[in-house]
Write a protein that binds this ligand. Structure first.
Ligand code: MD6
Ligand code: FE
Length: 218
């Protein structure tokens, strides 16, 4: 399904909302009006909580580099996966969630039919060409009623959106700079991932893709 909407502050450019499942949507270009603000806030966050390579409990390195902001940050190392209130790398609290992130996430969630979304965690993934995210479920959050809002910036990606078991067939959805994926409700626990990022150069972000996923962790 694809319909044209005219958002209030997007300079009258049509922005498409694509439904990829019952309660999962791709909001094409919905982050574009806020990109400058998002990138300024992001640079400040990464100054305090740098991107870093993380390890799975089994000892495999994630190919994307990660950081977080908000009350809770997501972390994985040999001791397991968890949300923590402090950054293990710096022993400091994670940087605060920027108002621009909160406002964008709230608006996107509402467009997708999830009212009053107040994320308390934002996971930041940075992909260099070749980096990927294997199929996984987001199930470390305490509440499964809140949606997840995922903002794509920089190089494009092919997003895999699967079923409720890892081996179920997965749709492939191309995501571009400024696109937002929102999902929740009956689709909240679907397996999903990102195929290896293709080499390329993005005018604002260079040779990388940044993904922000905003969640309610607690
Ligand atoms: C990514 N995203 O797009 C990885 N998780 O880089 C995710 O793992 C993800 O995009 C939950 C909801 C939306 C997502
Ligand atoms: Fe995920």
């Amino acid at each position: 399904m694809s319909l044209d909407l005219f958002a209030e502050d997007d300079l009258q450019q049509p922005t498409r909302v694509e439904r990829i499942s019952e309660q999962a949507f791709v909001l094409r270009g919905h982050a574009l009006p806020q990109v400058d603000e998002l990138l300024t806030a992001l640079a400040n966050i990464l100054n305090c909580a740098p991107l870093r390579q993380m390890q799975t409990p089994a000892g495999f390195a994630l190919s994307a580099r990660l950081s977080s902001c908000g009350d809770w940050g997501w972390y994985t190392d040999r001791n397991g996966y968890r949300y923590s209130a402090t950054d293990p790398l710096t022993a400091q609290p994670w940087p605060a969630m920027p108002v621009a992130f909160l406002a964008l996430a709230r608006a996107a969630a509402s467009t997708a039919g999830f009212e009053d979304f107040v994320p308390d965690a934002c996971l930041i993934n940075a992909y260099a060409p070749g980096a990927k995210m294997s199929l996984h479920q987001d199930k470390d959050e305490r509440s499964c009623t809140a949606p997840i809002v995922s903002v794509s910036l920089g190089l494009p990606a092919v997003f895999q959106f699967g079923g409720f078991q890892r081996n179920a067939p997965a749709q492939r959805v191309s995501l571009f700079h400024g696109d937002i994926v929102v999902w929740g409700g009956v689709d909240r626990l679907r397996y999903h991932g990102v195929l290896p990022i293709q080499p390329g150069h993005h005018p604002l972000l260079g040779e990388q893709r940044i993904n922000l996923t905003l969640r309610k962790a607690r």
